[in-house]
Design a protein around this ligand. Structure first.
Ligand SMILES: [Zn+2]
Length: 377
């Protein structure tokens, strides 16, 4: 097989995620990136040179998008020397954005991975960085579990190596308010987001246009695989074909999966894998980030399968014992779904399909965006 890319895909990872937790009661108490790394290793899916260790971004690099005073506060919060008025100003030490031991190092590592990915993609390629995807972070404050905004930094990193037209596609259950804040008025950054309606952060309206290149699709509860296929064909791929990006960034949050405790959508991971594969054909540079995902089994299986698909591997019908053991060793403390997980969470990567009808709501909203695209031409 001849690859269309100059290099095999690269995986940017780090051990910082293993064992670090936002706290015993926070959704990000569960293992995520470490599971993906362990499963990919167990399946023999890291050839020589494919696994790249993420550097930790320096404050000077983070200042490409973030306010230096906020970066200073975030580092002092990790050291335990932050004054309470500053913590309030930057939304640090809240229930969503708690103080925890790696609260600067961990997001700075995700951001360092995204900055490195932009540089590595200069001449083309495919990169999966599941620690990235922190799409809520704002220039001067933490927001929605995100202390920094690594997708924004990835966009700026691509720019710094001469890549101008960038498409950012986001299939997380939540709207990418931080990224839209940064790039809504930049005509060379197309923003497409599919997210659950009436859910935090309550932004991402269907009517948002930015500079004409912002496409938001809020979807109702129960959103299924068939609907995501329709969204891929009627919105995502058509808009990307019009835009002709030099690079595509996919935020592949796993919280739109049915088993996720933080949303009410009903996708199987086949929906994610279909989007991942389709977008690989769109541009010569492709960065797939992680994002939300709060059920340790569904997020680990989804992103490991993403890495398999990016490499053209067929996904095993039943995982070998060494991979099954990784999934059996996971825990979901304090959640009913951790008590008696179904067997397929241990023995497979791919879910069964969750097909259904395209609801009238989704169909009508797709029509509205299609009509807008015709006018836009
Ligand atoms: Zn999310």
């Amino acid at each position: 097989m001849i690859r269309p890319w100059p290099h095999a895909p690269r995986f940017i990872g780090s051990e910082i995620y293993r064992g670090s937790s936002y706290g015993a009661h926070h959704p990000l108490r569960v293992a995520r990136v470490s599971t993906v790394i362990d499963l990919a290793r167990a399946l023999g899916w890291f050839a020589d040179g494919q696994y790249v260790i993420s550097p930790r971004a320096k404050p000077s690099a983070l200042a490409a998008w973030h306010d230096p005073a906020y970066l200073s506060a975030l580092m002092r919060a990790e050291n335990g020397t932050l004054a309470s008025d500053e913590a309030r100003r930057h939304h640090l030490g809240t229930a969503s954005n708690p103080i925890f031991p790696e609260m600067f190092r961990r997001p700075a590592t995700a951001a360092g991975g995204s900055i490195l990915a932009g540089q590595m993609l200069r001449h083309g390629g495919v990169i999966h960085s599941p620690g990235g995807g922190t799409h809520h972070g704002l220039p001067d404050r933490a927001n929605g579990f995100c202390y920094l905004n690594d997708p924004a930094l990835a966009i700026l990193s691509l720019r710094s190596v001469g890549v101008r037209r960038i498409a950012y596609v986001d299939i997380d259950a939540h709207h990418c308010d931080g990224v839209e804040h940064g790039f809504a008025e930049d005509p060379d950054v197309m923003l497409i987001s599919v997210h659950e309606e009436r859910r935090w952060p309550f932004t991402g309206a269907l009517e948002d246009r930015g500079a004409g290149q912002v496409w938001n699709l809020p979807v109702p509860r129960g959103f299924n695989d068939t609907e995501m296929s329709a969204v891929l064909d009627r919105l995502i791929l058509l808009r990307l074909a019009d835009f002709r990006p030099e690079a595509v960034i996919l935020q592949c949050g796993a919280d739109a999966l049915m088993e996720d405790p933080l949303s009410r959508l009903a996708l199987s991971n086949n929906a994610h894998l279909e989007v991942v594969a389709a977008l690989q054909q769109v541009a010569p540079r492709y960065l797939v980030l992680g994002g939300g995902g709060y059920n340790p089994w569904s997020v680990g299986r989804c992103w490991a399968a993403v890495w398999g698909v990016l490499n053209g591997h067929s996904l095993p019908e039943r995982l070998p014992p060494v991979a099954e053991a990784i999934l059996r060793a996971l825990s979901f403390p304090g959640h009913r779904m951790g008590k008696a997980p179904p067997d397929h969470w241990f023995t497979t990567l791919r879910d069964t399909q969750r097909t259904g009808k395209v609801s009238e709501t989704v169909d009508a909203r797709l029509h509205r965006l299609e009509a807008r695209a015709v006018v836009w031409h």
